[in-house]
Design a protein around this ligand. Structure first.
Ligand code: PMP
Length: 501
C-alpha cells in the first residue's frame, strides 16, 4: 500500500480474498473474505461509516449530536471508531451476555456502554436504545432497518467480490446474517451482475428463524413487535438476533437467497479452530459457522466450483467465550516435556546456570559503586518530608500492585522509577540498582523504605499491611491510611498470573 490515508476511515473495506488450501475438498476452489482486515477487525466497519455519513448527508445527524445504537459489539466498535474520528459522543446498549472484551474495547474507544439484562435478549437492548434516543434526542442508528447498512455492502463488498471473481466465475456466495446488511447489500448486486452465483445464507440449527417460514411481526418502522417464536440462545455471537431483521427479510422477499443452511454450534466452533490451525486464518465464531456451511456446499458441489465464504471478524474478540474454553493457560504434559528436555529455566528444578555474582563477590576489577548513586539512595531514604521511598520500574507489574495499594490506602509516597527517562542519563538508574543490590543483597525491584527502614518488595509490603506493621510504621511518621474492609487482601492486587502458581 502506497497511499497516505487522511484518517483511519479510509482504510475500511478492500479486504483480502484468501484461498483455502488444506480444508477444501479435492477439486473445489474455496475462498474466504477476511473482514478482520478492516481497521476495527470486523465487517461492521463498513456499515458504521456508511450509516453515519448517510445521516450526516440527510441532516438526521447534527454536529456534536450523540449517536446511540443497540449492538452485540462489532457494530459498536465500528461506530466507536467513526465517532472518535468525527467527534460524536456515542452510547451503546448491549446485553450483559456478550463477551467482556467487546465492552472493554468500546469503552477504550471512548464510548459509553449501557448493559441490559441477558434474559431480555436482543429486543431488550434495542428497546433501551429506542427509549434513550427518544428521551435525549439522540441519533439512533437502527442497524437492523437502516438502508445505509445494506448500501455499504452494495457499494463496497459486492463490488470487491465482482472485481475478484470476474466473468461470473463465482458459483456460491455464503454468508450468515446478523442484521442482514451483508446479505441484502451483497446479494442484490451479485444476482444482477453475476446471475449464476448462488446465494447461501446460514443460521444456527437451534434457532432456525428463516428456515421456519414463520413470518416476523413488525412495527411500521420495520422493527420487530416481539421475539420470533423459533428463537433460542445460540453460540454464534453476531448472528441471528431474536427476530428476523427487516434487511434480512428484504433479501428473502427479493428472491435473492437460493438456500438456507442450518449450522450446528459445535461444528462452527470446530471449524473456527480448524481455520486457525490448518490455514492460519484466525476468525470469530460466525466465520467458522459460515465456513461450516461453505464446507457443506463444497461437499456436494460440482468439481471446479468456486465458493466464497464471508469471515465477519477476528477470533481475538472471543477469548472469554466458549471458543477458548479448552485452550489451557497452564502448560500441558507435552509442553512440560519440552521444558524438561533441557536443564534450565524450569519451574520444577533450580536453574543450574551461572547467575550474576553479587558486586561484593566480584573481583577487584569490578567497578566501584557510583558515588552519586550512593548519595542519592542515602538522601531519598532519609528524607523526612517524604518518608516513603519506593524504588520502582515503570513497566513492572509488581510495582503496579504496590502503586495500587498505596492509592487504595491513600498513602503519599515518592516513586523513583529507575527505568524512566529521568534516570537514564549516565545510567543513573542502573547505578542506583547496583547500590541497592549491594546494600540489600537482592537484585529485585520494587524495594520500599519507610522512614529509612527497609521494608522489602511488594509481598513484604503486603505482609506488613496484613500484620498491622505498616499502619504502626506510618503512624510514627504521622501518616494515616484509609480503612479498608475486613476482607481486603492486598495480594489480590498482584498480577493474575502469579495467583495461578
Ligand atoms: N458476524 C459477526 C461477528 C457480526 O458481528 C455480524 C454483525 N452483527 C455478523 C456476522 C452479520 O453481519 P450483518 O449484520 O451484515 O448481517
Amino acid at each position: 500500500m502506497t497511499t497516505i490515508f487522511a484518517n483511519i476511515l479510509g482504510t475500511i473495506g478492500d479486504t483480502p480474498v484468501i484461498k483455502i488450501n488444506k480444508l477444501a475438498p479435492q477439486g473445489i476452489n474455496m475462498y474466504v473474505k477476511a473482514e478482520a482486515f478492516n481497521p476495527m477487525g470486523s465487517v461492521k466497519d463498513r456499515m458504521a461509516i456508511s450509516t453515519i455519513e448517510a445521516a450526516e448527508a440527510s441532516g438526521q445527524l447534527k454536529p456534536g449530536q450523540t449517536v446511540i445504537e443497540a449492538t452485540s459489539g462489532n457494530t459498536g466498535i465500528g461506530l466507536a471508531m467513526v465517532c472518535a474520528v468525527k467527534g460524536y459522543p456515542l452510547v451503546l446498549t448491549m446485553a450483559e451476555s456478550f463477551s467482556l472484551e467487546r465492552r472493554k474495547i468500546l469503552r477504550f474507544l471512548g464510548a459509553k456502554v449501557v448493559l441490559t439484562p441477558a434474559e431480555l435478549k436482543g429486543s431488550g437492548m434495542l428497546a433501551k436504545a429506542v427509549e434513550l434516543a427518544k428521551a435525549h434526542d439522540w441519533f439512533l442508528v437502527r442497524q437492523f432497518e437502516n438502508e445505509a447498512n445494506a448500501d455499504a455492502h452494495t457499494r463496497t463488498t459486492a463490488e470487491e467480490i465482482l472485481a475478484t471473481f470476474k466473468d461470473g466465475q463465482l458459483d456460491y456466495f455464503v454468508t450468515g446474517f446478523g442484521t442482514g446488511g451483508t446479505l441484502k447489500g451483497t446479494s442484490r448486486v451479485l444476482k444482477a451482475k453475476s446471475p449464476n452465483t448462488q446465494i447461501i445464507v446460514c443460521e444456527p440449527d437451534n434457532a432456525q428463524l428463516l428456515g421456519s417460514g414463520i413470518p416476523q411481526a413488525r412495527e411500521d418502522d420495520g422493527s420487530p413487535v416481539e421475539s420470533h417464536p423459533n428463537f433460542r440462545p445460540h453460540l454464534v455471537q453476531g448472528w441471528s438476533p431474536d427476530f428476523i431483521p427487516k434487511l434480512t427479510e428484504d433479501a428473502l422477499a427479493a428472491g435473492t437467497v437460493d438456500r438456507i443452511v442450518p449450522i450446528a454450534g459445535d461444528k462452527a466452533l470446530n471449524f473456527t479452530k480448524e481455520l486457525a490451525q490448518k490455514e492460519g486464518i484466525f476468525c470469530g465464531v460466525s466465520g467458522g459457522a459460515t465456513f461450516t456451511a461453505a464446507m457443506d456446499i463444497a461437499n456436494s458441489a460440482p468439481a471446479g466450483s468456486h465458493i466464497l465464504c464471508m469471515l465477519p471478524d477476528t477470533g481475538e474478540r472471543y477469548l472469554s467465550t466458549p471458543l477458548f474454553d479448552d485452550i489451557a493457560v497452564e502448560m500441558s504434559e507435552d509442553e512440560l516435556e519440552i521444558s524438561r528436555s533441557t536443564p534450565n529455566y524450569r519451574f520444577d528444578a533450580a536453574t543450574t546456570g551461572k547467575q550474576a555474582p553479587k558486586p561484593s563477590e566480584q573481583d577487584e576489577t569490578a567497578p566501584a559503586l557510583d558515588e552519586q548513586a550512593l548519595e542519592f539512595v542515602k538522601q531519598v531514604t532519609s528524607d523526612a518530608a517524604q518518608p516513603i521511598a519506593f524504588f520502582a520500574l515503570e513497566w513492572c507489574e509488581f510495582c503496579w500492585s504496590v502503586r495500587k495499594l498505596f492509592a487504595k490506602l491513600d498513602i503519599p509516597y515518592q516513586a523513583l522509577d529507575l527505568d524512566s527517562v529521568k534516570f537514564q542519563e549516565d545510567d543513573l538508574g542502573g547505578k542506583i540498582r547496583a547500590v541497592l543490590l549491594d546494600q540489600l543483597g537482592s537484585p529485585t525491584i520494587p524495594q520500599i523504605y519507610i522512614g529509612g527502614k527497609h521494608i522489602g518488595g511488594a509481598t513484604d509490603l503486603f505482609s506488613a499491611y496484613s500484620s498491622g506493621e505498616l499502619n504502626r510504621m506510618l503512624a510514627e511518621h504521622d501518616i494515616s491510611m484509609k480503612e479498608m474492609p475486613e476482607d481486603f487482601e492486598p495480594a489480590s492486587l498482584l498480577p493474575g498470573w502469579l495467583h495461578k502458581r
